[in-house]
Each structure stands twice: as structure tokens, then as C-alpha cells.
Design a protein around this ligand. Structure first.
Ligand SMILES: Cc1cc2nc3c(=O)[nH]c(=O)nc-3n(C[C@H](O)[C@H](O)[C@H](O)COP(=O)(O)OP(=O)(O)OC[C@H]3O[C@@H](n4cnc5c(N)ncnc54)[C@H](O)[C@@H]3O)c2cc1C
Ligand code: SF4
Length: 327
């Protein structure tokens, strides 16, 4: 473990200033990802700014929006009455993540900012463009079973590992951040990035910005028919091979509108807009679900060991929609 300084500011401004002042400083919340990365020498911050005293722990409804503070603990959000009733998809996604112990420490902001689980990223003896830009991507021709089938580049084929983020992408959420230039909102689907030529950047948060909350618009019709499916190697304590977040607004057997996103397949939560548009106005039939899944897979590309995802992903989409509608 490296040596580092530690401070625990009690105001947002003090936390932001502390990170702005020192290029080697990092926020720490639950520590469930950052501490692991520090122990392995993957990240080496010289100063940790503990943000857990900041007043960012509320879950509140205001009109038709639920605002979830960035320091809310994953297990508390999952079991919150407002979330279970109004955003069951999000509650399910939280419960599918990690283990009970980790969910009791992990925060909403930290979950968004967690790094990829690509084994080469964690192994400092191996080249990795995300850890050390310009060194190459070991996964491209290596053991890439967990890796991306959408939106990858020759520089990086890693996936974002979060479950929560897949549900939030499907639910049209926004991320609220604040920095030295003041607060701003980012659409959840624009928060994380594709790797392109700069895989070291996971998202569009600026260095001096802090995530303060997530805002989720309420849609009771979608909440009535929603489901998170996670396919993984073990039932607990394993990251998604493929996951699907689905919510349908149904009138009888007709789909008025659909929200679909996938996890475990790209560098960011992968929204399936072409499939959503196809399903609009269609009957809830297995045939239509299969066509939607096939449209969703149009640009998919395997890299060898992860080719099984090319059939696992559409099968998971169809399975989720069938389960949701009883088709
Ligand atoms: C064994 C294991 C299994 C796991 N399985 C899953 C899983 O199946 N699904 C899943 O979704 N997750 C899983 N996780 C990941 C876990 O959910 C994350 O580690 C956790 O959400 C990170 O939150 P944290 O508060 O501990 O973040 P920290 O470790 O404290 O921080 C992580 C990063 O976020 C930054 N950060 C934290 N808060 C903020 C903020 N408010 N604003 C800006 N930056 C911030 C920190 O600077 C740091 O870079 C697993 C983790 C482990 C260790
Ligand atoms: S996939 Fe990305 S994280 Fe993994 S080795 Fe390649 S560059 Fe590194």
C-alpha cells in the first residue's frame, strides 16, 4: 500500500477545492473499489478526500422526479420504500450487484465511477491503454470473455461493470454534478464514454467536479412492467456477463413505449433505442421480441472468447421481455 494524505471536509466547496488544488488527489466514498485499486498499485492517489461527511444522503421526491443523493448507500436505496414502489427496476438492479456486505458500503456516486473489471487493467505487469495510455490492449487478443461486443475500439474493449447504471440509463435519469464552475446536469446516457482513442477516460466528469445526486423522472406506466435480468457465472458476488433492464408501457397487449438497456456489453450502459422504436405500437409477442433483439444486435462484434455473448445477449433480451409480459 502506498502512503497517502487523508482529509475529511465537511462542505462541498472544501471537497472540490481540495481536489482542484492537488492533481494527485481523489475523492473516496465507500472505498470498495478505490482501496482495491490502490492496494494493487493501479491507482496511486497521494491525497484522499473522504466525502462521506457531505450532506448528500437523501432520497426525496419532488413532483414527478426522485432525487437520490450521491452518498446514499446501495443497500439503502434498494430497500427504500419510495424506490421499491416507484422505481422497482432500480431496486432490482441494486440487489443484483456485488454482495450484501459490499452493498452496505458502496455509494451511488462511487458505483457510477467504479473502474472496469478487465483483468489486464488490474494486472500492472500487463500492457493496458486504460491504466497506462499508449501501452496497448492486452485483452484484444487475450482472454476477453467478459469484454465488450458493442462500441469498443482497437484501444480498449473493456465493459463498465455496474448494474445500477444500466437501470438508470433505461430510466432516462440525469446525473447532477457540481464543480468550481458551479452545478450542471448530464443525461445519464451521456455520462459514461466509449473508449475511442482515449480509453483512460471512463466518463465526462471533469477533475474538479463531484457527483451530488441522480435524478430519475417517474413514469408509473413503465414502473408497472419493469424487470432487471442479470446473467452471471454465480448467483451472487459476480459481475454481469450480460444484463438487461426493461420497462414497458402496456395498453392491453400493445406496447405503447419501451425502455431497454444492456450491461456487460459495452464501455457504458448500452441503450437499445432501435429495438425500443421497433416495439412501439407492437403486440407483446415472442416474434416481435425476437425481431427487436435481432435489431438490437445489428452492430455487435465478438473478440473470440466473448463470442458467446452474441447469442447470450439477444436471448437475454427475449427472455426478459417474455417474463415481463407473460408472452
Ligand atoms: C468483489 C466485488 C464485487 C462487485 N460486484 C458488483 C456487481 O456485481 N455489480 C455492481 O454494480 N458493482 C459491483 N461491485 C462494485 C461496487 O458496486 C463498487 O465498488 C461501488 O459501487 C463503489 O462505490 P464506493 O462508494 O465504494 O466507491 P469508492 O471506491 O469510494 O470510489 C470509487 C471511485 O468513485 C469516485 N467517487 C466516489 N464518489 C464520488 C462522487 N460523489 N463524485 C465523484 N467521484 C466519486 C472515487 O474518487 C473513486 O475514483 C463489486 C465490487 C467488489 C469489490
Ligand atoms: S480492454 Fe481496456 S482495460 Fe482491458 S487491457 Fe484493454 S485497454 Fe486495458
Amino acid at each position: 500500500m502506498i502512503n497517502f494524505d487523508y482529509s475529511k471536509p465537511s462542505s462541498l466547496q472544501a471537497a472540490i477545492n481540495a481536489v482542484k488544488k492537488d492533481a494527485t488527489a481523489k475523492f473516496i466514498a465507500g472505498g470498495t473499489n478505490l482501496v482495491d485499486l490502490m492496494k494493487r498499485g493501479v491507482m496511486t492517489p497521494e491525497k484522499l478526500i473522504d466525502i462521506t461527511s457531505l450532506p448528500l444522503k437523501a432520497i426525496e421526491q419532488s413532483g414527478n422526479v426522485i432525487r437520490i443523493g450521491a452518498l446514499c448507500i446501495n443497500s439503502e436505496v434498494a430497500e427504500n420504500d419510495l424506490i421499491k414502489k416507484q422505481l422497482p427496476l432500480l431496486s432490482q438492479a441494486f440487489k443484483a450487484g456485488a454482495s450484501a456486505q459490499i452493498r452496505n458500503m458502496a455509494t451511488v456516486g462511487g458505483n457510477m465511477m467504479q473502474r472496469t473489471r478487465c483483468g489486464y487493467f488490474y494486472d500492472t505487469a500487463m500492457p493496458c491503454n486504460k491504466r497506462e495510455p499508449g501501452t496497448g490492449c492486452s485483452a484484444l487478443r487475450g482472454y476477453n470473455r467478459m469484454h465488450a461486443i458493442f462500441g469498443a475500439s482497437d484501444n480498449c474493449i473493456a465493459v463498465h461493470p455496474s448494474d445500477m447504471c444500466v437501470a438508470l440509463a433505461a430510466l432516462d435519469a440525469s446525473v447532477v454534478v457540481t464543480g468550481t464552475k458551479g452545478p450542471r446536469k448530464i443525461l445519464f446516457t451521456d455520462f459514461h464514454r466509449l473508449p475511442g482513442n482515449s480509453p483512460e477516460k471512463d466518463n465526462n466528469l471533469q477533475r474538479d467536479e463531484l457527483i451530488t445526486a441522480v435524478e430519475v423522472p417517474l413514469n408509473p406506466a413503465l414502473a408497472q412492467h419493469s424487470l432487471y435480468t442479470k446473467i452471471r457465472d454465480r448467483v451472487s458476488y459476480a459481475f454481469a456477463l450480460v444484463s438487461v433492464a426493461a420497462a414497458l408501457d402496456m395498453k392491453g397487449k400493445t406496447i405503447q413505449s419501451a425502455r431497454l438497456a444492456m450491461g456487460g456489453v459495452a464501455h457504458k450502459p448500452w441503450r437499445l433505442t432501435i429495438a425500443e422504436n421497433f416495439l412501439k405500437g407492437k403486440e407483446a409477442t415472442v416474434g416481435n421480441f425476437e425481431q427487436a433483439a435481432s435489431l438490437a444486435m445489428q452492430d455487435a462484434k465478438g473478440h473470440g472468447y466473448n463470442n458467446f455473448k452474441l447469442s447470450l445477449a439477444p436471448n437475454t433480451i427475449v427472455h426478459t421481455l417474455k417474463t415481463l409480459t407473460g408472452a
